[in-house]
Design a protein around this ligand. Sequence first.
Ligand code: GLA
Length: 389
Amino acid sequence: MPTPRSTALAAFQRRFGRAPARLVQAPGRVNLIGEHTDYNDGFVLPCAIDRGTVVAAAPRDDRVVRVVAADLGDGVDEFHLDRPIVPRADATWTHYVRGPVKHLLAHGHALAGADLAVSGDVPQGAGLSSSASLQLAVLQAFKGLGRLDTLAPSRMALLAQEAENRFAGCDCGIMDPLISALGVEGHALLIDCRTLDAQPVPLPAGAAVMIVHSRVRRGLVGSAYNLRRQQCETAARHFGVKALRDLSVPMFEARAIELDPVVRRRARHVLTENDRTVAAARALAAGDLREMGALMAASHDSMRVDFEITVPPVDELVRLLQQVIGDAGGARMTGGGFGGCVVALLPESLVPQARDEVARHYRSPSGEPADVHVCHASNGAGDLPLQDG
Ligand code: GLA
């Protein structure tokens, strides 16, 4: 079976006729709880997953960057480090290569030209951060090739976020690049998105993290995400605080009536979700899957009713999984919303039954079965050995 590693290595050789000097990877992620809280300076609890992007790279002695996308029929990109780096409307994947490079340069990092071959196995449009994973892998590749040894993982995440906001045009928060940079094997991270403090929380022994893709594709650069963000900012401004993070639920409830009803519901989701996320980290650390499941269910309901980012097929998937899991764990939609994936945390012994239930009873609106992946919480971006084994 070809892997992103073997595919990237083969594409590099095929396209550039030489061997790469570095091989790097950066993972996708699944968020256990804490949705749409990151850009409100709140809390998130994601883990990096064992699906990601691999980049094979070698330096060039000129100022040209050439890229081959092995999974996209060997699509290519080429740009010059000393000429304006602008988005290519005909190939959006190139945003996630050009953007980080442009922002590295903008921050004064000295780069040389490079050849890059890219391959990944994070499903696109599934809400598992294929774009952050690609950006972090590109940054990691340049780090390996250049004089960027001092580029700390959290700095790389901030650069990736800046590139996604300014180059790709999505106002997304820090969660995805940060967990792709900092992931810890076997752990979720409780991230304070204001301070970027990240506390590893061990996943309980015997618990499986199951990702179920509804096959309803989602687009993040869509207006719905940016609109949610604006609504949250409107609520924060109304209360005279920097971000919704600065409000407690009681402070909010006391004056919530002053808000437009839609803005009120958006803000209520964020405030209650922050509290749930901190409680979930405690529950996980204590191995309390029952409490974790209750918090995940409340999170899903809040996304469905207050934040209005779920869609009926995803609600149905969550319901099917909750039925199997009962109070032994939980399930909720994960990621930005409007399709994508459901995450379930459940005893390993229930995985076959959960798979079976989904296979029997779920079809996407276009008739496809869901795609199930039991994942392993993994390390963040890093170098891979060039030789296998
Ligand atoms: C997307 C964004 C993240 C975060 C989530 C919702 O994944 O990239 O920054 O806002 O949506 O939690």
